[in-house]
Design a protein around this ligand. Structure first.
Ligand code: RIB
Length: 319
C-alpha cells in the first residue's frame, strides 16, 4: 500500500455556533458550543486514512484534558500515531465561530504543536523519508515543516495554511503548493508579486514563486491546477506543454452543495488530494476528486465529523 505521512498540527476545536460573526469590539451570544477533534494536520490525516490511505502523523499533543478530545477521530480512522509525542503543557486549541451562512473564523493557540520542530522531525526521519507523499501545513513551526520537506524522498504537498515564511528551497520542493485565495493573496503580497482578480493569473503568479506545481482552491468556485506537462485541453496555438514545461492552468469545478459549516473543507480537499496523488492520479484528476470530498464536508457541521469514508457517495457535478 502507498503511504502518506502528515507532519502537522493536532488541536481540540472549541466550536461556537453564532447567528453572525462579531464585528471588531462586538460581543455576540452563541447558540451552542461543542468540543471536536481538529488541527489541519490531524484533519488531513483523517481524510486520507478514511478514503483508504496508509497514513501516519508526526505531531504532538499536550498533557491537559484537551489531548483526549483531539485524538479519537485519528484513532478511529486508523492513523498511525506512534510519531505523535505527548509533551508537558497545553494541547493545541482552535477557537472557532461558525455563522448561519456556514462561514467560520478560527484563532489557533498552538500549544503542543510548537514542539513539532526540526528535532521532532529528525526523530522520525525514516518515517518521513519512506513516505510516498509527505504533507505539511503552516500550523507547526517553520523549522519543522522545512525539515519534513527536506527529509522527504517522495512527493511533498505543501499547504501554506496559514501562510508562513518557508525558505525558497522548500517552496521549490512543493509538488503541489496548495493555497486558497486569501493565502495566495498574502503569499504574493509578501513576495512583492502582483495580485490579480483572475484566479488563472494568480495561479501563474504562484507558479513564478518556484513550486513544481500549484493548486489554488476557490471554495464554491472549485480549484485551479497548474501541473507540468498538462495542457488542460488547451486550444491549438496555446502554451506548449511537455515534461518539465508548465501547461495551461486547468479549472476544476466543484459540485454545488448547501454549506452548513465550511470548517475543515480545505483540509478535506488536501487530505483527499494527497490520497489520490499517492494512488497514482495526475494532479488534475486528484483535484477532481478532492473538490467533491471538500463539497461533501461542508454539508455537515464540524471538521473531522464531516469527512467522508471510501464508502460514502460524493456529490456529483451537475451537467
Ligand atoms: O482547517 C480547520 C482547522 O483549522 C480546525 O480543525 C482548527 O483546528 C484549525 O487548525
Amino acid at each position: 500500500m502507498t503511504s502518506i505521512v502528515v507532519v502537522g498540527s493536532v488541536n481540540a476545536d472549541l466550536v461556537a455556533r453564532v447567528p453572525a460573526q462579531p464585528e471588531p469590539g462586538e460581543t455576540v451570544l452563541a447558540d451552542s458550543m461543542t468540543v471536536l477533534a481538529g488541527g489541519k494536520g490531524a484533519n488531513q490525516a483523517v481524510v486520507a486514512a478514511r478514503l483508504g490511505g496508509d497514513v501516519a502523523l508526526v505531531g504532538a499533543i499536550g498533557s491537559d484534558a484537551f489531548a483526549a478530545a483531539a485524538l479519537p477521530g485519528l484513532r478511529a480512522a486508523g492513523v498511525d500515531l506512534s510519531a505523535v509525542a505527548t509533551v508537558p503543557g497545553p494541547t493545541g486549541v482552535a477557537l472557532i465561530s461558525v455563522d448561519d451562512d456556514g462561514e467560520n473564523t478560527i484563532v489557533v493557540v498552538p500549544g503542543a504543536n510548537a514542539a513539532v520542530d526540526a528535532d521532532a522531525v529528525e526523530r522520525h526521519r525514516d518515517l518521513v523519508a519512506g513516505a510516498d507523499v509527505v504533507v505539511v501545513q503552516g500550523e507547526i513551526p517553520v523549522p519543522g515543516s522545512t525539515a519534513a520537506a527536506r527529509a522527504a524522498r517522495g512527493r511533498v504537498l505543501l499547504n501554506l495554511a496559514p501562510v508562513v515564511p518557508v525558505p525558497a528551497d522548500v517552496l521549490a520542493l512543493a509538488d503541489p503548493l496548495v493555497v486558497n485565495g486569501g493565502e495566495a493573496e498574502r503569499l504574493l503580497a509578501e513576495a512583492d508579486r502582483p495580485v490579480s482578480d483572475s484566479p488563472l493569473a494568480v495561479a501563474l503568479e504562484l507558479q513564478a514563486l518556484g513550486p513544481r506545481s500549484v493548486v489554488l482552491t476557490l471554495g464554491a468556485a472549485g480549484a485551479v491546477v497548474l501541473e507540468p506537462g498538462h495542457d488542460g485541453g488547451a486550444p491549438a496555438g496555446g502554451t506548449t506543454s511537455g515534461p518539465g514545461v508548465l501547461g495551461q492552468p486547468v479549472v476544476v469545478p466543484t459540485p454545488h452543495v448547501e454549506a452548513v459549516d465550511t470548517t475543515g473543507a480545505g483540509d478535506a480537499f488536501v487530505g483527499a488530494l494527497a490520497y489520490r496523488i499517492a494512488v497514482g492520479d495526475s494532479l488534475v484528476d486528484a483535484a477532481r476528486v478532492a473538490v467533491r470530498v471538500g463539497a461533501f464536508s461542508v454539508a455537515t457541521p464540524g471538521a473531522q465529523p464531516s469527512f467522508p469514508t471510501a464508502q460514502d457517495e460524493l456529490p456529483a457535478l451537475r451537467a
